[in-house]
Design a protein around this ligand. Structure first.
Ligand SMILES: Nc1nc2c(ncn2[C@@H]2O[C@H](COP(=O)(O)OP(=O)(O)OP(=O)(O)O)[C@@H](O)[C@H]2O)c(=O)[nH]1
Length: 571
């Protein structure tokens, strides 16, 4: 019989001192000055993570299939603060802190956290109407969502905020669109100094990695240095640059450049245009003309993340004036507060397609709303845990399971369902690592466990529906066990062990659930005591008792356990 030792989960008190950044342009120009946050953490202790029947089940399965002592070590998990939007992250963090010790999310106890969320977003320079809508959506869900077993209210709120942040930023990643015939044309626009010229080359480099050839067109005729800059950057990333000097109209340069690209069978043409300090009519007219000539597949506005909600307003204006397909957000590696990333889609209706996170040519990547939300919250582990809990076991299922455990009706159908649910959650290692309080397991243990799960599944599948519902039938009948062994290609002994383990599990889970029922939420030390007490219980005497008696014992006992050997060859 495997011994399970649970130990206290260390609480996750984590604090970080966020660095402050100079916000001048020089700072951005130095790659060495990339965001660095000094961090420190205090590991607390004694703050216990709650367990659910699902967790118990997973532990049971794990301990059982592995058939050896499983020691769950003290789990010291720190929450790594997001590298960007540090202020927003810590602002939101104070919201979760307010919910520590709460049992459920209520209209009353979310008032304070909601105030923190609102403040954090406003400080991040998200526009007020967006903040209002966001807070309302989160509040509605927080109160409307039922409790997910094993998930604490603060973790639940983190998940709700995460999902709303993802929605706010457009949900799905918005891919670049490529033309089906002829070259794909990307027209870049933006105000002066936002990083447009750099983005041209970064984008060519990004496409090169996808196996697409590009050509850059230098259309900033008002700043000769911009043309030179583009030529240098083009050389750097190994793509041709079409230039026609400063005396030719941008729309003519566009036409000539496009023809050249067609001749050379280039996949993607990227046109750089002039930036202005502000939006003016001449700038818009010029862009409209270039757009007319190029008929671009993508018109992307390059905006500086530092400008916060102003960036979102710019995207709106450009969209109204010339019609754009999306935005590229640059300088996300700096001290931007998050307002731009959070507001662009909501305010303008246009997605952020790519983000610049540094000066190097490699520093351009697609904008993934979910990853961004994860970074903002800096709580990837909690999010994954809650997600998996939701996915695998809805609240009703959990309650149903709990009832079954309490009435000792837990049968092979439940067993199979839960086992498959565990399998659905992905590799055992990941699942076990995610469960609070669970320590590391070795790859060999995981392999062994997965193998055992398969064996067990084969045996359950060979049972009749009646046998699955009434494991007692199998306990009583060697013939039935023999039949299942033959049908599943396993030994009779393996079938006997499986049946014995189900009964053991009923008793063990009932004991543990009893502890959970007794108090509001169990502490791991309570559980530990319960496990120890249960393990010290004298071995079951089912083997020696009459069948009817042992059946009753299987169904009702909460203190004795039948020995697995009780279901050996001789019954
Ligand atoms: N840190 C950082 N710096 C960036 C990023 N993108 C661009 N830059 C820097 O921002 C400065 C301005 O970039 P440019 O590409 O010249 O900007 P532009 O929009 O073409 O400017 P104009 O030609 O004046 O209109 C350069 O020093 C770039 O290296 C980024 O994502 N992160």
């Amino acid at each position: 019989m495997e011994a399970m030792q649970f130990s206290t989960v260390a609480s996750r008190h984590f604090s970080a001192t966020s660095g402050s950044f100079p916000t001048n342009r020089k700072f951005y120009n130095s790659p060495r000055n990339s965001t660095k946050l000094g961090s420190s953490w205090n590991s607390g202790s004694g703050n216990v993570t709650s367990l659910s029947s699902r967790n118990l089940f997973t532990r049971e399965i794990w301990g059982w299939v592995n058939s050896k002592t499983v020691t769950f070590k003290r789990d010291m998990r720190g929450v790594v603060r997001a590298e960007m939007f540090g202020q927003l992250t810590s602002g939101l963090e104070s919201a979760w802190t307010k919910l520590k010790g709460e049992e459920v999310l209520t209209k009353e106890n979310i008032v304070e956290p909601m105030r923190d969320i609102r403040r954090a977003l406003l400080e991040a320079d998200v526009s007020l109407p967006v903040v209002r809508r966001f807070v309302q959506a989160v509040s509605d869900q927080a109160v409307g969502t039922g409790l997910i077993r094993g998930v604490k209210p603060d973790e639940q709120l983190v998940k709700i905020v995460h999902d709303e942040l993802v929605k706010l930023m457009g949900g799905e990643v918005s891919e670049l669109v490529f033309s089906k015939s002829g070259p794909t044309v990307i027209l870049l626009a933006g105000l002066q100094g936002v990083g447009k010229t750099t983005v041209c080359a970064k984008l060519a480099n990004y496409l090169k990695k996808q196996g697409k050839s590009s050509m850059l067109i230098a259309g900033d005729v008002y700043r000769p240095a911009a043309i030179d800059q583009l030529v240098i950057l083009g050389e750097q990333v190994g793509v041709p640059v079409y230039t026609a000097g400063t005396e030719v109209k941008p729309s003519d340069i566009a036409r000539q450049g496009l023809e050249e690209a067609k001749k050379k069978k280039i996949d993607v043409v990227i046109m750089d245009t002039a930036g202005r300090l502000q939006i003016d009519k001449a700038m818009m007219d010029e862009l409209k003309e270039v757009k007319k000539v190029l008929k671009p597949t993508e018109v992307l506005l390059v905006v500086d993340a530092m400008t916060g909600q102003e960036a979102a307003a710019l995207v709106t204006t450009f969209n109204v004036e010339i019609g754009i397909t999306g935005a590229i957000l640059t300088k996300l590696d700096g001290d931007s507060r998050g307002g731009a990333a959070l507001s662009v889609k909501e305010v303008s209706g246009k997605p952020i397609k790519l983000v610049g996170r540094g000066e190097r040519m490699e520093d351009l990547e697609p904008f993934y709303p979910d990853r961004m939300a994860g970074r903002i919250l800096g709580m990837g582990d909690v999010l994954t845990f809650v997600e998996k809990a939701q996915e695998v076991m809805r609240q009703e299922d959990a309650e149903d399971l709990q009832k079954k455990i309490m009435s000792a009706k837990f049968d092979f159908n439940d067993f199979l369902k839960q086992t498959r649910a565990v399998a659905r959650m992905g590799s055992m290692t990941r699942v076990i690592g995610m469960i609070p309080g669970m320590g590391k397991v070795t790859p060999a243990q995981v392999r062994e466990a997965e193998k055992s799960l398969k064996i067990m599944e084969a045996m359950i599948e060979a049972m009749t529906p009646e046998e699955r519902e009434k494991p007692e039938l199998l306990a009583e009948s060697p013939e039935r066990r023999k039949r299942i062994a033959q049908a599943s290609g396993k030994t009779e002994q393996q079938v006997s062990q499986l049946v014995a383990q189900l009964f053991q599990m009923r008793v063990r889970m009932k004991n543990l659930m009893g502890v959970m029922e007794g108090g509001s939420m169990p502490t791991l030390s309570n559980l530990e005591d319960a496990m120890k007490a249960e393990q010290k219980a004298p071995p079951g005497t089912a083997r020696r008792k009459k069948k009817a008696e042992s059946r009753r014992q299987f169904a009702n006992s909460s203190s004795t356990r039948p020995s697995p050997r009780g279901f050996g060859a001789k019954d």
